[in-house]
Design a protein around this ligand. Sequence first.
Ligand SMILES: [Zn+2]
Length: 151
Amino acid sequence: MLRNAHRLFGVHPRLCAATVKAGVTLDFDVYVAEGSRSKERQDTLYAQGRTAPGSIVTNATADNSPHCFGLAVDLYPACLDGTFNPQGSFGDRFEKLAECMKSIPGVAWGGDWTSLKDRPHFEVENWRTHTSWMLTTIAIVAGLALVAHAI
Ligand SMILES: [Zn+2]
């Protein structure tokens, strides 16, 4: 089952499709931890381990994070004990989740990266070429706002 599906709001349809597929086909729950992210939040994450306490969690500034463009989603499988805990035991569930997600063409997994592996992270492959997605989203939101205003 897919948990916190509302967090897919604003995420690219390809990632939404892959996430829903994972949620309905895998034999464990899948939690949506985060989808679209504000630039302010990305800047805060980037500062962690650099100018703020904690360890480094990302190498991406706001302009370099696909989360800030709706082109990434962070997912966690349920732990082996069924709870949702980023520090819990997952067995091979991240690999099963990634296999399912990557069965949708054009989905890349942060667990495949060679530096600073990010197992919860999935993004649209070559996301930097998808700037038209932003324009499409803006156009749709503007259109919906016009329709909502008219009724
Ligand atoms: Zn991520």
